[in-house]
Design a binder for this molecule. Structure first.
Ligand code: PEP
Length: 247
């Protein structure tokens, strides 16, 4: 992978029409940027438009979730081979909203990761502690359990298709970010457990991206709110390219 990966998680935003408009403008805004891979993660119903609009560009499309089985009686679910057929190249797994609102566990996350990798796709697997866990001094134990579950799901031959995103739950959508030191400490821990690229996520904005991305163990960013408008997201991508050039 290039030195930096910047991924935009749109969550439940942008229907098909808006997706075409956004992707067209994003292509133009980031054209020629070196050293940074850009990913967008639209909702399922907009994936096809995103893939078509971004075809031939350096911007890749990931889903936000995928089921572990390739097919079956799982009403409302979408499988990794279905995503692959659309031209989607990967999926987020175990975002903290999936963990907190939809009962994702380390065990179900591990099954999803294996299913997505088996389909030949890439995975961005999310980990992170809650505020309560951080205050109780449990950050290291929580991250260790989450990362070990991920590691157990990945065959050696597939490791190159896995990225971890460290997203402290207390920093997601709150406007609070981890300090660069907190981010670096967590990333170094994660990397000591499993040596794969590690993105930081949690209120990344154009004005804090450079300092976070310049930490030695930060390999990119997973961006929520600031990925919904082209200009702030493109500015974060430019910060990624600058951090990659400076590394
Ligand atoms: C996210 O949802 O992955 C995220 C990091 O959101 P935000 O940037 O809005 O905190």
């Amino acid at each position: 992978m290039p030195a930096m990966l910047i991924a935009g998680n749109w969550k439940m935003h942008k229907a098909a029409g808006e997706t075409i408009e956004f992707c067209t403008a994003l292509r133009a805004a980031v054209e020629g940027l070196d050293g940074v891979e850009i990913v967008v993660c639209p909702p399922y119903t907009s994936l096809d438009e995103a893939v078509r609009t971004l075809a031939g560009s350096e911007i890749h499309v990931f889903a936000q979730n995928a089921h572990w089985e390739p097919e079956g009686a799982f009403t409302g679910e979408v499988s990794a081979p279905m995503l692959a057929e659309l031209g989607v190249v990967g999926s987020l797994v175990a975002h903290s909203e999936r963990r907190q609102l939809f009962a994702e566990t380390n065990e179900s996350a591990a099954r999803r990761i294996a299913g997505v990798l088996d389909a030949g796709l890439r995975v961005i697997a999310c980990v992170g502690e809650t505020e309560q866990e951080r205050e109780a001094g449990e950050t290291e134990a929580v991250l260790t359990r989450q990362v070990e579950a991920i590691r157990g799901a990945v065959e050696n031959d597939d490791v190159h298709r896995l990225t971890i995103a460290y997203e402290p739950v207390w920093a997601i959508g709150t406007g609070r970010t981890a300090t660069p030191e907190q981010a670096e400490e967590a990333h170094a821990l994660i990397r000591s457990l499993f040596d794969v690229p590690v993105l930081y996520g949690g209120s990344v904005k154009p004005d804090n991206a450079s300092v976070l991305l310049s930490q030695p163990d930060v390999d990119g960013a997973l961006v929520g709110g600031a990925s919904l408008d082209v200009e702030p997201f493109a500015a974060i991508c430019r910060a990624g390219a600058e951090a990659a050039a400076a590394a």
